[in-house]
Ligand binder design. Structure first.
Ligand SMILES: *[C@@H]1O[C@H](CO)[C@@H](O)[C@H](O)[C@H]1NC(C)=O
Ligand SMILES: *[C@@H]1O[C@H](CO)[C@@H](O)[C@H](O)[C@H]1NC(C)=O
Length: 326
């Protein structure tokens, strides 16, 4: 049974690093490791303390790696960046990230992507819709791939931005205003209100090709059909936080959702039509071994417990272009 503890002290930005005392020594290879793009999560900024120290750790593990952290809006103030996590049109923010990545010459031969929470959805947008250098390994941490069915609670103490966004969302999550101005609303998928979701949502619905496949309308391969889907990437590594009480359901990180009939029953990916009918190429990816379901032991975005963040970095980041590597 999944219990939402709203009063728990929650953080969903990544926490400043615990001490990594024994970063393993890696054998240096001749060519530089593949670059990495990071897309941060809700409430965080591109170069916050937590992200910056994580970047330093990645550079220690993979010497010479180039890392780009997506900043929305580009050159914005910290306050504008934090606000953009809550307010804005998801498709437009995704497009902005696509343009940024295209403008960075170090990324032009391809890169790996690491998305934190909702940042993982934006990197999926890149993979599915953006005309740019190839995204090879996509690693998502606690990303609600099949949506959230309740709002992500504000941290303690809450920011005013978070409280106002939550109040606006509660006033009507499936209004056209919320669906074009509140980021969380654009991946809010309430299984008990599926028709409203399919009628008013576009961002998550299209990313999962859900409206198109149910209605069988539109142009195959178009935006509503999830674009290229996951057919262009080499590996999707989806990390679920086992003690996640922030995203509901936490298993959305592995493309699971609650049953429309029973809100405590989780429908696993293998029983979703998204998978059985392979709407976005996820099943094909899985069948060739390119879909890896990983776990971290902690709460949402706790990368420190069990050294989980660095464990993923060592396994899935720093390969070389031209060599398929998990
Ligand atoms: C952002 O800042 C960089 C470096 O200061 C500058 O080169 C670039 O033109 C700026 N871009 C925008 C859109 O403001
Ligand atoms: C809902 O699912 C749970 C399992 O998660 C089960 O124990 C319970 O009996 C179900 N309730 C109904 C009404 O089917």
């Amino acid at each position: 049974m999944f219990i939402q503890l709203a009063l728990l002290c929650l953080t969903w930005t990544i926490s400043a690093r615990p001490l990594f005392t024994d970063v393993p020594q890696l054998v240096l290879s001749k060519s530089a490791p593949r670059p990495l793009v990071i897309w941060h999560g809700l409430g965080d900024t591109a170069l916050s303390e937590g992200i910056s120290s994580f970047i330093e750790d990645i550079k220690t593990a993979h010497p010479g790696i180039f890392i780009y952290s997506v900043q929305i809006p580009l050159n914005g103030t910290l306050d504008e960046e934090r606000k953009a996590g809550f307010y804005g049109k998801a498709e437009e923010q995704a497009k902005e990230g696509c343009d940024q990545i295209n403008s960075v010459k170090e990324l032009s031969d391809g890169f790996d992507g690491m998305g934190f929470s909702q940042g993982g959805l934006f990197l999926r947008s890149y993979a599915q819709y953006c005309d740019g250098p190839p995204l090879r390994n996509l690693i998502t941490f606690g990303t609600p791939h099949y949506g959230i069915s309740s709002l992500i609670p504000c941290p303690t103490p809450p920011s005013l931005t978070c409280l106002l966004a939550a109040r606006a969302a509660r006033a009507g999550i499936y209004t056209s205003w919320a669906q074009s101005h509140l980021v969380q609303a654009q991946y809010y998928r309430d299984p008990a209100r599926l028709e409203e979701f399919l009628d008013t949502n576009s961002y998550l619905r299209d990313l999962n090709a859900e409206g198109y496949r149910l209605a069988s309308e539109g142009e195959p391969g178009g935006i509503q059909d999830g674009g290229k889907g996951l057919r262009g990437i080499e590996n999707l590594v989806a990390v679920l936080f086992d003690a996640d009480r922030t995203v509901s359901p936490a298993q959305s990180a592995h493309f699971a959702t609650y049953s429309p009939e029973n809100k405590t029953l989780i429908i696993p990916l293998e029983q979703q039509r998204l998978y059985t009918e392979d709407w976005i190429g996820l099943r094909a990816l899985d069948e060739r071994g390119g879909f890896v379901r990983e776990h971290c032991p902690g709460e949402h975005m706790d990368l420190g417990t069990g050294d989980c963040g660095m464990r993923m970095v060592e396994k899935y980041v720093g390969g070389q272009n031209g060599l398929a590597s998990v």
